[in-house]
Design a protein around this ligand. Structure first.
Ligand code: FAD
Length: 500
């Protein structure tokens, strides 16, 4: 069950609304998924688009596949696509990209909590016994053979109090119902309220890694549970960045591609709405320049927009409040490039995909899913990239504070606890690649992550156009933290633009 307008309906409605109207000339700021999707849909309908992108030559924004010289790759940004994400899947299908299963959970991976290391298939007992849990929590873990079972039960308890109308509102941008307003508190508060023991909350925080999100709004996590954000996960074969690249290279009716309309190295400094249109000041080759357009779509994340001057907005205050106040989350990823996939060759339990989890600063270590189906020994004997660490919140900031080689060394040191052999297999030529998204100048954070009240204060105003200045991006959607959010909001903006 989905609680939003499907992409099919949305595209049909755009088509209808656009019929018989004048073609427009639109400047799009940002060549991430939102900017590219909006540009593609507008250009398909004969509108003229130009895209200004701050990066020197890379498009895709927070979709970023890092390729190593040995032919392997890892994802610095988006990596998995849930079954329910119809907007993302629409473009994957349209552009003929191939998907394969993304293994999120795998019984042979490790759990390393409270100084105790075991495989995931026995963690229910081995790790569960270290915590003071009620009998019903122990039963839930035993039944599912998964420590996450307590969290899922609690979230189901919370959402069982919502009716269908609440759920529709949860995926919209209107005012929240009384039921939803009550749940717009921190995740920690909600879990403490419904937990049988304090230790149950500690355990959940560690094994779901949600302790890095304790202060964020419960509504974000309810959305993910209700839509099944971790069900039916798949990944794009060859790397997630094939998606933005394919979108940029797809043919347009006038014989060009979107790529022909992207202007790189144009970092936007200010946006001003005046009588003549919207004037954008940007830096190019060290010099400031300006361009004035009647219609501008801004997909720059609010975390970056915070340092850009925006003037002359008719309903500016609400948007400015959102730009200033919307919470963003931190994430750091550290890739470890290995000469051999030693984890797939483990005689005691080969690991094909999934993640080892720990309470060390590394938190989540993901293994590639690409050899899970074939279990091809030749591939296992060859190189592979571990997502050595995917961390959020304070862990991400602390790891991100180190210089890139040190991040790699710290992560390997933690992984050595359950993979002592790892140091023998790190590629000496190109050992690591990492990104601390907070420090990236054109992201300044990983993704929007609303705190309690943010959804009520900021979203109704921020997603509306300010005159002929339109906004889109994952931060303006009910699917923050996902590509689906960027695409969903892009099509909302396309609808607003064609109607304007
Ligand atoms: C670590 C991480 C893991 C993720 N994992 C997943 C996942 O598994 N699955 C999933 O679906 N999603 C995932 N996401 C989320 C997904 O990547 C984003 O939601 C989506 O890519 C955001 O697209 P966007 O267009 O809104 O923003 P962006 O991708 O940030 O695009 C904005 C663009 O604007 C440009 N820009 C910024 N400032 C300026 C300026 N001043 N002037 C001009 N241009 C500028 C940027 O360079 C960028 O190209 C993840 C994100 C991160 C960071």
């Amino acid at each position: 069950m989905t609680y939003h307008t499907s992409i099919k309906q949305q595209l049909e409605q755009i088509q209808q609304a656009d019929q018989g109207r004048l073609r427009k000339k639109i400047l799009i700021l940002g060549a991430g998924m939102a900017g590219l999707a909006a540009g593609y849909e507008l250009a398909q309908r004969g509108h003229q688009v130009q895209i200004f992108e701050a990066e020197r030559s890379r498009l895709g924004g927070r979709v970023w596949t890092r390729k190593f010289k040995n032919g392997q790759y890892g994802e610095l940004g988006a990596m998995r696509i849930p079954a329910a994400h119809d907007y993302t899947r629409h473009y994957i299908k349209l552009l003929n990209l191939q998907l394969r299963k993304f293994i999120n959970f795998n019984e042979t991976t490790y759990r390393d909590f409270e100084e105790t290391i075991c495989r995931a298939n026995v963690a229910g007992q081995t790790i569960g016994d270290l915590f003071d849990l009620s009998q019903r929590d122990r039963d839930a873990i035993k039944q599912e053979n998964d420590l996450d079972a307590i969290y899922i039960r609690m979230m189901e308890d919370v959402w069982s109090g919502l009716d269908e109308a609440d759920k529709v509102q949860l995926f919209g941008h209107g005012p929240l119902s009384a039921n939803l307003s009550q749940l717009d508190t921190s995740l920690l508060q909600t879990l403490r309220h419904s937990a049988d023991t304090e230790d149950a909350v500690r355990l959940i925080g560690k094994v779901t890694v949600l302790d890095n999100y304790w202060q964020r709004s419960t509504l974000m996590f309810l959305r993910e549970e209700i839509e099944g954000a971790f069900v039916g996960l798949e990944e794009i074969q060859g790397g997630t960045d094939l998606l933005p690249q394919a979108l940029a290279n797809a043919p347009l009716p006038d014989g060009t591609t979107l790529q022909d309309h992207i202007y790189f190295s144009r970092e936007v400094y200010s946006i001003e709405q005046g009588n003549q249109g919207i004037t954008v000041t940007f830096k190019q080759e060290g010099k400031l320049d300006t361009a004035t357009f009647s219609y501008v779509l801004c997909t720059i994340p609010f975390s970056v927009l915070r340092r850009i001057d925006i003037k002359g907005l008719p309903n500016g205050k609400k948007i400015v409040d959102a730009i200033q106040g919307l919470g963003y989350h931190s994430a750091t990823k550290v890739l470890v490039n290995c000469t051999k996939r030693f984890w797939e060759l483990d005689q005691q339990g080969a690991i094909y995909g999934g993640a080892s989890l720990s309470d060390s600063i590394a938190r989540m270590t993901f293994y590639p899913s690409d050899n899970e189906k074939e279990k091809n020994q030749a591939i296992s004997n060859g190189p592979g990239v571990l997502l050595g660490s995917y961390s959020w919140g304070a862990n991400a900031r602390r790891l991100g504070a180190l210089n890139p080689p040190e991040r790699g060394e710290v992560v390997v040191d933690k992984i050595r606890r359950f993979h002592p052999q790892i140091t023998d297999y790190i590629d000496p030529e190109e050992p690591y690649a990492s990104i601390a998204w907070d420090q990236h100048p054109f992201a300044a954070g990983a993704f929007a992550s609303p705190s309690p009240i943010d959804l009520q204060m900021f979203f109704p105003g921020a997603s509306q156009p300010a005159g002929r200045l339109f906004f889109a991006g994952e931060h303006l959607s009910p699917y923050t933290t996902w590509i689906q959010g960027a695409l969903w909001s892009a099509l909302q903006a396309v609808m607003q633009i064609v109607k304007a």
